[in-house]
Design a protein around this ligand. Structure first.
Ligand code: ZN
Length: 92
């Protein structure tokens, strides 16, 4: 079991938080989250572009990116840069 450090007024503040981009405008660190109703369509608000969207919207975006990134991982490594006009490559 780990012990937690007591918080005191002499303890330097460690910045904490989530530096996430807005799904609409890309602004970093501007998003606000409604703590009173996180399941609403306007649970996330961006004051930069005045967009409201839901956590489900964010989850769909993350799922789409996750699928793309998983697919990219399946690509074979390139041994050398392919050149147009040399496919198929002549035997060495
Ligand atoms: Zn925005």
């Amino acid at each position: 079991m780990t012990q937690t450090q007591p918080v005191s007024s002499t303890t330097p503040a460690v910045p904490r938080g989530f530096l996430l981009p807005c799904l609409r405008c890309g602004e970093l660190g501007a998003l606000t989250l409604r703590l009173d109703s996180m399941t609403e369509d306007d649970a996330i608000h961006c004051p930069e572009c005045d967009a409201d969207y839901s956590l489900s919207d964010a989850q769909e975006t993350v799922a789409a990116w996750s699928a793309l990134l998983a697919w990219v991982q399946l690509a074979p490594p390139l041994r050398e840069k392919a050149q147009f006009g040399s496919w198929p490559r002549p035997a060495a």
